[in-house]
Design a protein. Structure first.
Ligand SMILES: Cc1cc2nc3c(=O)[nH]c(=O)nc-3n(C[C@H](O)[C@H](O)[C@H](O)COP(=O)(O)O)c2cc1C
Ligand code: SF4
Ligand code: SF4
Length: 318
């Protein structure tokens, strides 16, 4: 008969083995369905969604690195991309933050809205605030969508940065001033970004396409249970504080679901996907959200409270 001791031992061993076993399970293979359009790169599109700037900074460094090589680059927020320009593009790079172990739904929607890419080489990157995230699979989500549009996958990367997950500011980081990634991105991060640009370029010039695999991880598994909806259950009183609000519109601009109504200073918490875009971008502390009866603070307030400053790479100084 199994003793309590052996039961506990077996359970611990199983729990320890689970991530290893599950990481061997391949849940999707991402590979080209069509030949590569061309090995010559004349124009690159580097497009991103960024809520607090990390993905944007990496995207700009990628863009400037291509420019340095004499390549024309269209770059910026993916929502501003003029899809009519797609036929001139020889390489497309898409970046997104990791939200709830995946890329945000509206980035997936954007990719789905793209026209046929007709063999354009495509690459992905994510910025993430882990270390416990699901970064590889999240970057795979970008490529998965692009391959469905007949993009040809050539690269994938993930850059660790400071986390913008507001719920953790008061809890996880409460007394920690410079916990590992709270000082990222740094100059090493940007070196990795530059190297990634070089890697993608050389893969295209060699005509190499890559195969990427999404593997089953516990984090991936949990995405099926929509962690944002669970997180929503612990956040109370999500409203706009009329007295503090200067109606600058930053929160409305960042909200991917049009959930903020400045006429009534209210938030539609049914449609809100708890991305924290509003609270993270309000400089007037006018977005109210509470966790455990305490006001949640936004990204900028967190940086200020902890005197966190980030050195910019040379490309972003000009
Ligand atoms: C709503 C939300 C959910 C997040 N979920 C994760 C996550 O699951 N894993 C992770 O590593 N980082 C997570 N983060 C941290 C962000 O991925 C990270 O800070 C990223 O660099 C933000 O990029 P941005 O500055 O371009 O918006 C989350 C941040 C937010 C706001
Ligand atoms: S960002 Fe802040 S100040 Fe600006 S409109 Fe939104 S709540 Fe008001
Ligand atoms: S209202 Fe909700 S969905 Fe909109 S920015 Fe704020 S947290 Fe994100």
């Amino acid at each position: 008969m199994e003793t309590r001791r052996t039961f506990i031992k077996k359970s611990v061993l199983t729990a320890a083995a689970l991530p290893v076993l599950s990481s061997c399970v391949n849940i999707s293979t991402i590979k080209a369905k069509v030949p590569m359009k061309s090995k010559k790169i004349r124009k690159v599109a580097v497009l991103w969604y960024s809520q607090t700037g990390n993905t944007q900074k990496c995207g700009k460094v990628l863009a400037k690195t291509f420019e340095k090589e004499g390549i024309a680059v269209i770059y910026g927020d993916l929502r501003d991309f003029n899809q009519a320009e797609i036929n001139d593009v020889d390489l497309m790079v898409i970046g997104a933050p990791v939200f709830y172990y995946d890329i945000p739904d509206f980035v997936k929607d954007f990719i789905q809205s793209l026209p046929d890419l007709k063999g354009i080489p495509v690459a992905a990157y994510v910025s993430f605030g882990g270390p416990e995230g699901n970064q590889h699979n999240a970057a795979c989500s970008i490529l998965e969508g692009l391959v469905q549009k007949n993009g040809v996958p050539v690269g994938l990367n993930a850059f660790m940065t400071i986390s913008s997950y507001s719920l953790s500011f008061k809890t996880k980081y409460k007394d920690i001033k410079t916990k590992d990634n709270t000082i990222l991105p740094d100059m090493n991060t940007y070196n990795n970004v530059r190297q990634y640009a070089g890697f993608i370029k050389s893969e295209v010039e060699k005509g190499n396409t890559s195969v990427f695999k999404k593997t089953l991880t516990l984090r991936e598994f949990s995405t099926y249970f929509r962690p944002q909806w669970w997180a929503k259950m612990v956040v109370d009183n999500h409203t706009i504080i009329e007295k503090k609000c200067v109606e600058c519109g930053a929160c409305v601009e960042k909200c991917p679901t049009d959930s903020i109504d400045l006429n009534t200073f209210s938030v539609n918490t049914d449609t809100c996907v708890l991305c924290f875009g509003c609270i993270n971008n309000c400089d007037y502390q006018a977005v109210n959200m509470e966790y455990d009866k305490e006001k949640i603070i936004g990204f900028n307030e967190f940086l200020e409270e902890n005197n966190l400053k980030f050195e910019l790479p040379v490309e972003l100084k000009t």
